[in-house]
Design a protein around this ligand. Structure first.
Ligand SMILES: NC(=O)c1ccc[n+]([C@@H]2O[C@H](COP(=O)([O-])OP(=O)(O)OC[C@H]3O[C@@H](n4cnc5c(N)ncnc54)[C@H](OP(=O)(O)O)[C@@H]3O)[C@@H](O)[C@H]2O)c1
Length: 310
């Protein structure tokens, strides 16, 4: 027999009030995730949807949230390609550049759980090249994933959270919005655009019980650069400076901390009693926001030029 009841549970001070939830019969063998949730003292787990959970920051976040008692739904454009080594979570096929794919993905989550308590908009890509050489089509494609992809996901999930009267959202930005990377102008611009989106949305959602934060990581050692097209710069009028800048970027990521440092901060954003608007994670996350606040822009840009050797 399947029982149902209203559950209220708390994760580090955050309470998720859930509607009647079907509880499986007591003789059902618990799965590994259920066992972890039981060990964390939770009767019903809050659910979280993490976009781009197949790799890097999304994968580490999905793993950590699962370990901390969340029921995790993670997306990949092609979950089947991840093979046997893929993490133990509910996989959802989703391409955030497609409205239809995002809607179907969110529908699939809501087919398995009555509500989405938390959302991590993490999926994103990079692009490299000078402002005058990257084509408008390439620039649009970059915004299509990083900005409009996040916007599509928010538009699909927020109405459900608003109707439920609660929800927590972490959008993954980048410190590149505070220190725009030369020859990664389009990437940096998508992350600045996300900041505007998050701050305006936060005020729109103020009376609804749904809260959104931006989490800006610095350099994190993931496959991000492998997935970023660096292109052929041989004929570029900026070739020499692009090469030096590219080298700084390629050298810095392998020395950077792993994605678990971001996952911890995302967990904090999702479970804080009063989440902050901005969270920062990884290298320079202490100094950069301070620098941009107190150091004149011209001087800050000089530091950035020197750092990237341009
Ligand atoms: N690594 C860093 O230094 C760093 C620093 C600051 C901010 N960030 C941000 O952190 C986020 C994750 O980056 P990462 O470093 O973890 O890179 P990554 O290892 O390359 O992971 C990117 C993830 O995004 C997913 N993705 C890409 N395009 C997608 C699309 N069109 N639809 C759905 N999913 C898509 C990929 O999933 P599939 O390929 O399986 O679909 C993958 O799981 C990005 O937003 C990035 O801008 C990274």
């Amino acid at each position: 027999m399947v029982r149902s009841r209203v559950e209220v549970h708390s994760l580090t001070g955050l309470e998720f009030a859930r509607p009647a939830v079907a509880i499986p019969p007591e003789d059902t063998k618990p799965d590994a995730a259920a066992t972890r949730r039981a060990e964390a003292g939770l009767l019903v787990s809050p659910s979280v949807l993490v976009t781009g959970a197949s790799s890097g920051i999304g994968a580490a976040t999905a793993r950590l949230l699962g370990d901390r008692g969340f029921e995790v739904f993670g997306t990949s454009r092609d979950p089947d390609s991840l093979g046997a080594g893929r993490a133990d979570l509910h996989w959802i096929a989703m391409d955030i550049t497609s409205e239809d794919s995002v809607e179907k993905g969110v529908e699939a989550v809501l087919h398995s759980t009555p509500r989405i308590d938390a959302l991590v908009c993490n999926a994103g890509t990079g692009i490299f090249g000078s402002v005058e050489e990257v084509t408008i089509e390439q620039a649009k494609a970059q915004f299509e994933t990083n900005f409009f992809g996040t916007l599509r996901t928010l538009r699909a999930v927020v109405p459900h959270m608003r109707k439920a009267g609660s929800g927590r959202i972490a959008v993954i930005g980048s410190l590149a919005r505070l220190a725009p990377i030369p020859f990664q102008a389009h990437y940096s611009a998508t992350k600045s655009a996300l900041d505007g989106l998050v701050q305006a949305l936060r005020n729109e959602l103020h009376p609804t019980g749904v809260c959104v934060s931006l989490v800006d990581p610095g350099d994190i050692n993931t496959a991000f650069n492998d997935n970023t097209p660096f292109g052929n710069i041989g004929a570029s009028p900026y070739a020499e400076r692009i090469r030096r800048c590219e080298q700084v970027i390629l050298d810095s990521l392998p020395k950077a901390p792993g994605p678990a440092v971001v996952a911890e901060v995302v967990h904090r954003a999702l479970t804080a009693r009063r989440p902050r608007v901005h969270y920062y994670a990884g290298p320079n996350s202490g100094s950069l926001p301070w620098l941009r606040r107190f150091v004149p822009d011209g001087l800050a840009l000089r530091f950035i030029r020197r750092h990237f050797k341009v």
